[in-house]
Structure formats: structure tokens, C-alpha cells
Design a protein around this ligand. Structure first.
Ligand code: NAD
Length: 363
């Protein structure tokens, strides 16, 4: 039977603000990053992370001081951690029992199998972009629909590509009142840590047309009319989006004013390739490493200033997405939305980003 216990209704008690207890189910590429972003905040804490087995990711959790739990409740699987020299505090059910909210960072399409466990435990839940919107019924991007996500039981932080598209298109839509977009996603073939994916010497068109990326934006901002196509290319470090947007008559914008608009939005970096020499994704990633980002991450969307051009009502631009990290701060903001502790998305984003910058001692 599914029960839903509102165990966090007393998050504020008098003047004292309680700290939100966050569980991470799936401590891989996204999970380890979300854990650190949560750990950086003063209004939330990591109460545990899960591993399926005592593999190398456990060492990182130990170094960070995050309690390790087993993804499963199976006694033999839990005992395997101790045999490998790791302290395991129990199974997923034990972790859910001490958490207010769980961030499911399991591999794409696997998370759906965890939903009933979260509902039975009465915790709030956040899935990632590898799950379908139809499964969660809600999706999240801070700039698009933070308010709609306030106090809901669960949501899905949309994929890295959808997050990237939303960052630049939502402010444009908010100015114009309507927007029609065609875009091509030039996708990295695999994450740097993946050894089993490809292509390694081919360009692979995604033959499902349109690709899911454009329509996925409409799960957070249905007012934007958008379609996309995608190709996978042999690189591991970033995606590039080639975007053509039709603005309505009377938009009143110029190329420069669009650049100014984006410059004033959070989590967008604009740089001139010509002036900086940052003309490829390799240099964007080098820049991220130079400014001291952990794992060389870049939470912001990178837009080449000299690649933006408005001709009459048609806007052309390129943007680069660091697939492993742009969704990370969104998970933190989604926690505040679901827990109802911050209703203003801009306030949450600023708090999140400042805390992460301080935590990582970013230049
Ligand atoms: P990953 O494979 O790096 O990590 C997944 C982790 O979950 C692994 O540690 C795995 O052992 C564990 N796991 C396996 N089965 C599990 C289960 N049943 N329950 C809980 N955990 C389980 O995957 P990832 O790249 O971190 O992706 C996680 C989610 O984030 C997916 O939905 C993915 O689509 C989404 N996402 C990934 C990226 C990216 O670039 N990697 C970007 C945005 C969103």
C-alpha cells in the first residue's frame, strides 16, 4: 500500500529553520555531484548515499564522510560491503526512513522501478532526465517552473540538454510572449567515465525525428513551440546546440540586447570566441578547470557571443552544455521547491550558486 507521510511539515519551528535531510540513491556521475552540491548548502544535509556494491565510488563517499547504504535491502548484499572493508549502514529502506527527500540518480529508465519504494516510505522524490515525464507527471527547471513545483510530492529534473535549452529560451520567451524554435543537438557520445559507449569514429544521427530534447522543454515551458534533431559525435566532454528561433513581430530586440538579457540571467556565461580564443568545447572545458571547478565542471551554459545573430525575426546562436554538471544546481533548487522552503527561484539559485562557489573556493 502506498502511504504519503507529511513528515516535513514542521521544517520551520519557531524562528529555527530545520535542515532538510537528503538521501542520494545512486552515487554515480550525477549522484556524487549532487551530493557535494547539497553538502555545500546550509539548509540541507546528506544523510546517506547508496551503492549497488562495494565498488570504487565507495572510497569517495568515505572521504566525503557520507554514510554508505546498499541500494538493496538484501542482507547478503549489505554484508558484502563489510567484507570489502566499508561500513554499510543498511539498505535503501533504512536510508529512506531517516530522509525527508531522496534524489534518485540511478541510470536512466532504472529509476522508475524505485518510485513505489519512495512513495511507500513517505519521502519526497526527485528523478533525473533519464526518466520519462509521464512517469513523474512533473518536471523541473528553476527558471521555467519553480513555482509549479512548490510543495509537490515529486518531480524530475530535466536532462542536461533540456536544462540548457531552457536557460536561454525561457528568458527570451518571457520577453517575447511567443517563440518558435528549431534546434540541432550535437551530442557527446559518452561521458568521460563511460568505457562501453560510442560511437568512437562515426557521426550517428538520432533517427527518431524529432528527437526528444525539444519536446522535453515543453514539459517545463509548454508555451514554447520547439522541435529538435540530434546527432551523436565522438567526443566525451560537451554537447553543442545549434539553435534557430523565430521571434514574433514587434519583439523590439537586437543582437546586443539579447546578449545583454542573457548576461543578466543566472547560469549563462557569454564569451567572445574571437576575443578569448575559446572557440571549441575543449577550450570551454579548459576554462572550467582554470577557474577551479571540481571535476572540471561547468554548471553554466556557455554561449559564444560572436555566434549570436538576430536577422529580422530570426535569431541564430550556438551554446555548449557540460552534460555532467548543468543539472547539478537545479537539483538543489528543486529540493527547496518540493520542500516549500523557498518560493522565489532567483533567491534559491543565488543561494545555491554562492554556497557551491564558496565550498569549492571558486576563483
Ligand atoms: P551513472 O551510471 O554514472 O550512475 C548511476 C548510479 O546508480 C551507479 O552508481 C549505479 O551503480 C547506480 N544504480 C544502478 N542501479 C540502481 C538502482 N536500481 N537504484 C539506485 N541506483 C542504482 O549514471 P548517471 O550518468 O549519473 O545518470 C543518472 C541519471 O542522470 C540518469 O537518469 C541520466 O539520464 C541522468 N543524467 C545524466 C547526465 C550525464 O551526462 N551523465 C546528465 C543529465 C542527466
Amino acid at each position: 500500500m502506498i502511504r504519503f507521510v507529511n513528515r516535513y511539515s514542521s521544517l520551520t519551528h519557531g524562528c529555527e529553520t530545520m535542515v532538510i535531510k537528503v538521501a542520494i540513491n545512486g552515487y554515480g556521475t550525477i549522484g556524487k555531484r549532487v551530493a557535494d552540491a547539497v553538502d555545500a548548502q546550509d539548509d540541507m544535509e546528506i544523510v546517506g548515499v547508496t551503492k549497488t556494491r562495494p565498488a570504487f565510488g565507495c572510497d569517495l563517499a568515505v572521504r566525503k564522510g557520507y554514510p554508505i547504504y546498499c541500494t538493496y535491502d538484501d542482507a547478503e548484499k549489505i554484508a558484502a560491503f563489510a567484507s570489502a572493508g566499508y561500513e554499510c549502514h543498511g539498505g535503501l529502506t533504512d536510508l529512506l526512513n531517516i530522509a525527508d527527500i531522496v534524489i534518485d540518480c540511478s541510470p536512466g529508465k532504472v529509476g522508475a522501478g524505485n518510485l513505489e519504494k519512495y512513495q511507500s516510505a513517505g519521502v519526497k522524490w526527485i528523478f533525473q532526465g533519464g526518466e520519462k515525464h509521464a512517469m513523474t507527471g512533473m518536471s523541473y527547471t528553476s527558471s521555467a517552473n519553480h513555482e509549479e513545483n512548490l510543495n509537490v510530492e515529486g518531480t524530475r529534473v530535466v536532462s542536461c540538454n533540456t536544462t540548457g535549452l531552457s536557460r536561454t529560451l525561457v528568458p527570451l520567451y518571457n520577453h517575447c510572449g511567443s517563440l518558435s524554435v528549431e534546434c540541432t543537438m550535437i551530442r557527446r557520445a559518452a561521458d568521460p567515465g563511460d568505457s562501453s559507449k560510442g560511437p568512437i569514429n562515426a557521426i550517428k544521427p538520432v533517427l527518431k525525428v524529432p528527437s526528444h530534447h525539444g519536446p522535453d522543454v515543453m514539459t517545463v515551458k509548454p508555451e514554447i513551440s520547439i522541435n529538435s534533431m540530434a546527432v551523436a559525435v565522438p567526443t566525451t566532454i560537451m554537447h553543442v546546440h545549434v539553435i534557430v528561433a523565430q521571434l514574433p513581430e514587434g519583439h523590439g530586440l537586437t543582437t546586443e540586447s539579447i546578449i545583454d538579457m542573457w548576461s543578466n540571467e543566472p547560469r549563462i556565461i557569454l564569451m567572445s570566441g574571437g576575443e578569448t580564443g575559446i572557440t571549441t568545447t575543449a577550450e570551454v572545458m579548459e576554462y572550467a578547470r582554470d577557474i577551479g571547478r571540481k571535476w572540471g565542471d561547468l554548471h553554466e551554459i556557455f554561449v559564444w557571443r560572436d555566434g549570436v545573430k538576430l536577422e529580422a525575426n530570426t535569431l541564430y546562436y550556438f551554446q555548449a552544455i557540460h552534460q555532467e554538471s548543468d543539472v547539478i544546481p537545479e537539483n538543489v533548487d528543486a529540493i527547496r521547491a518540493l520542500m516549500g522552503t523557498e518560493s522565489n527561484w532567483r533567491v534559491s539559485v543565488e543561494k545555491t550558486d554562492n554556497a557551491i562557489a564558496q565550498y569549492n573556493n571558486i576563483l
